[in-house]
Design a protein around this ligand. Sequence first.
Ligand SMILES: [Zn+2]
Length: 136
Amino acid sequence: MTALGPIKYLTIHCAATPEGRDVKAATISQWDKAKFGQVSYHHVVELDGKDVVTLPDTVKGAHVGLNNTGNIGICYVGGVDAKMKPKDTRTPAQKATLRQLVGEYRLRFPNIIVRGHRDWPGVARACPSFDVKTGL
Ligand SMILES: [Zn+2]
């Protein structure tokens, strides 16, 4: 495992799983290990709002191309509709947990930059299916 380095960024993702499908954090971590050889995110927020720590904050994730150094990744389960089109499917419980998590990181790291995956330069995808600046 590679060290994360000083924390500068927090990036929000969706799992791109269909609305209402109760995929668990452990399953997402398994998919990521199969695809990327490691767990991608530091937190996965399940449909019921449960925050599952999938990687310690000291370990580098694999969630924004070449920009994973110092970058905490938080993924919520959902993010697409039944036809796999991007949709903000966050449940009220997930919204509350995401806000709380981001708030905690902002307290611990006052200069942290919070973004959606799609806000990174060169990212041509809808993830996390909502505007982090206005919709968190
Ligand atoms: Zn993403």
